[in-house]
Design a binder for this molecule. Structure first.
Ligand SMILES: NC(=O)c1ccc[n+]([C@@H]2O[C@H](COP(=O)([O-])OP(=O)(O)OC[C@H]3O[C@@H](n4cnc5c(N)ncnc54)[C@H](OP(=O)(O)O)[C@@H]3O)[C@@H](O)[C@H]2O)c1
Length: 277
């Protein structure tokens, strides 16, 4: 079993440098894959109301805590979906997620998308602040927030988000947001850290993989780790799940990090946040 290093969030809570992503994991497989991830050494799990697998994730977590793991050692994230923006709707959505998860508390609750056309992300986030102050969630944050959304949030709310979960990989390096996050004490967490598999044949990455006798996925996840970016790879087999956290015993040199930095090309594998309503 691998040990995944943790980093502290701005409120002192600890989160894994690499977590297990569960987008598009069918409900029927989600308890099993959650169990496989925990057995491999992941302690950070990323689900959302949208993923329709919170029941399975909760089941996997409860099975582990009944048998061999302490709940405090597992970090569970979920997110409020776009059709539940607004203060009261978000509080109700949180209760529904917690019923599905079957857990006493959540580690991190995120606003999944800012949905600027609805213009409700401030009251939505204020509901998260209430859940945080009530002790129902250990940390709160956002996802897919662009600089203008973060600027407004920092001005109009009290709790600085623990992290912003954004699409980030070598083909979309998000330098402006990363700089802004660092200045504000917000961690950067990468979704689709492998660009959904689209970059696995990139020649620069494949040559680095050959040089280190590692897979391209491992090179990319190591790059995230050395950038100080948290990542959430999703995988469907025990082999890949283990492979994706077997990255803590080698180092990319400065020249190699520079070579990956040169691959940035603004390529999105998912939606552009300003267009998601
Ligand atoms: N906040 C948001 O808006 C948002 C949006 C998207 C995703 N996310 C989160 O980020 C997580 C990851 O994103 P993602 O699932 O879109 O993309 P990803 O993790 O970048 O890529 C997943 C794809 O890569 C493949 N893969 C994984 N490990 C591999 C390996 N070692 N070698 C070769 N291929 C490998 C997977 O295949 P198999 O599954 O077949 O193994 C899958 O097709 C999600 O699960 C979710 O938790 C959040």
């Amino acid at each position: 079993m691998q040990t995944v290093p943790t980093v502290s969030l701005n409120n002192g809570a600890n989160i894994g440098s690499v977590g297990f992503g569960l987008y598009k994991v069918p409900l029927a497989d989600s308890a099993h894959l959650t169990g496989l991830a925990l057995e491999a050494g992941y302690r950070t799990l990323d689900t959302a109301a949208l993923y329709a697998n919170e029941e399975g994730v909760g089941q996997g977590v409860r099975a582990a805590t009944e048998e061999w793991l302490d709940r405090e050692d597992i970090f569970v994230t979920s997110k409020v979906w776009n059709d539940r923006h607004g203060y009261n709707a978000t509080l109700a959505a949180f209760d529904e997620s917690m019923d599905k998860l079957g857990l006493d508390y959540l580690d991190l609750y995120l606003v999944h998308w800012p949905c600027p056309d609805q213009d409700l992300y401030i009251p939505t986030y204020k509901a998260l602040e209430k859940l945080y102050h009530d002790g129902r969630v250990r940390a709160i944050g956002v996802s897919n927030f662009e600089p203008e959304h973060l600027d407004r949030l920092l001005q109009e709310t009290d709790v600085v988000p623990a992290l912003n979960q954004i699409e980030l990989h070598p083909w979309l390096q998000q330098r402006e947001l990363r700089t802004l996050h660092e200045a504000a004490g917000i961690r950067t967490q990468a979704w689709s850290p492998l660009a959904r598999g689209q970059l696995l044949e990139d020649p620069v990455l494949t040559s680095l993989a050959q040089a280190h006798s590692r897979s391209v996925a491992q090179i990319v996840l190591r790059w995230h780790h050395q950038c100080g970016v948290l990542s959430l790879p999703k995988a469907s087999s025990a082999g890949r799940i283990a492979e994706n956290i077997d990255i803590f015993d080698f180092t990319l040199s400065t020249e190699e990090m520079d070579a990956v930095a040169g691959l940035d090309r603004g390529h999105r594998s998912g939606s552009n946040p300003v267009l998601v309503g």
